[in-house]
Design a binder for this molecule. Structure first.
Ligand code: 13P
Length: 245
C-alpha cells in the first residue's frame, strides 16, 4: 500500500548500547510522525533495538537474509530467524551487497520470495551506476532490476513490499539526484510494476545522500513516498528532522 515511509539503514555501524541510546533519543522526537519510521540495523543490534522500540512507533528491520530456511550456510541468517525475534522488515538487494557480496538479480528474487513467504516485508533496492546514468541507461537498468527482483510475485505480494530507488552514484557521496530526476525514475519503476502486476499502489522510496536540507523537496514530489537514509540516520536528531520534514 502506498504510504509515507522514512527508513534508516545503519549499514555496519552502531554497537548495541548505541542502538539502545539511539532509540531512546529518537522515540520522543518522532512520536507524532505521520510517516512510518523504520530503522534497519545490524544483526547484532536487532534484539536490543526491538526491545527498546517496543512501546514506540519505530519499526525495525534487518539489512539482509538468506533465502533458504536452514542448513549449512555458515554466517547466514534465515527469514525464520528474523521473524522469530519479531523483525518486521528486511532490506534486500542493496547496491553494496550487489557490489561487494556478489548478489545478483536472481538471488535478490529468491530472497524477496522467501521473506514474503515468511511474513517479512522486504525493502527491495534498485539503482544505476554513474556509467549507466551517463550513457542514458538509467530507466532500462532500474526497470529490468525491478522486474527480475519481483519475478513470480503475486498481486497481493506487491502490497507487502517497499521499493527503494537508490542511484549508486548518490550513495554516501553527498550527491543527490535532482528531485525531478528521482521522481521520474520512481515513476518508471511504478509503471513497470503496474505493467507486471496491474497495480501501482506500492510505496517507493528515494535513497542517496538524503539529509534534513533536501528531505522536503524530495519527499513532496508526486511519486516519491519517502526515503531510505544511510549516513544521516546515524544521529537521532538529524534523522528526526528528516522524518518530520
Ligand atoms: P547515504 O544516505 O549515506 O547516501 O546512503 C544511502 C543508502 O545507501 C541507504 O540505503
Amino acid at each position: 500500500m502506498r504510504r509515507k515511509v522514512i527508513a534508516g539503514n545503519w549499514k555496519m555501524n552502531m554497537l548495541p548500547n548505541e542502538a539502545i541510546d539511539f532509540v531512546n533519543n529518537l522515540a520522543p522526537l518522532v512520536k507524532n510522525s505521520t510517516s512510518e519510521v523504520i530503522i534497519c540495523v545490524p544483526f547484532t543490534d536487532l534484539f536490543y533495538t526491538l526491545l527498546t522500540a517496543q512501546e514506540t512507533n519505530i519499526h525495525v528491520g534487518a539489512q539482509n537474509m538468506h533465502w533458504e530456511e536452514s542448513g549449512a550456510y555458515t554466517g547466514e541468517v534465515s527469514a525464520d530467524m528474523l521473524k522469530a525475534i519479531n523483525v518486521e522488515y528486511v532490506i534486500i538487494g542493496h547496491s553494496e551487497r550487489r557490489q561487494y557480496f556478489n548478489e545478483t538479480d536472481e538471488t535478490v528474487n529468491l530472497k524477496v520470495k522467501s521473506a514474503l513467504a515468511k511474513g517479512l516485508k522486504p525493502i527491495v533496492c534498485v539503482g544505476e551506476t554513474l556509467e549507466q546514468k551517463e550513457t542514458g541507461k538509467t530507466i532500462e537498468v532500474i526497470t529490468t532490476q525491478i522486474a527480475k527482483a519481483l519475478k513470480d510475485l503475486t498481486n497481493d505480494d506487491i502490497s507487502n513490499i517497499i521499493v527503494a530507488y537508490e542511484p549508486i552514484w548518490a550513495i554516501g557521496t553527498g550527491k543527490t539526484a535532482t528531485s525531478e530526476d528521482a521522481n521520474e525514475s520512481i515513476k518508471e519503476i511504478r509503471n513497470e510494476i503496474k505493467k507486471d502486476f496491474g497495480t501501482d499502489d506500492v510505496t517507493i522510496l528515494y535513497g542517496g545522500s538524503v539529509k534534513p536540507e533536501n528531505a522536503k523537496e524530495l519527499f513532496t514530489m508526486s511519486d516519491i513516498d519517502g526515503g531510505l537514509v544511510g549516513g544521516a540516520s546515524l544521529e537521532a536528531q538529524k534523522f528526526s528532522k528528516i522524518v518530520n520534514f
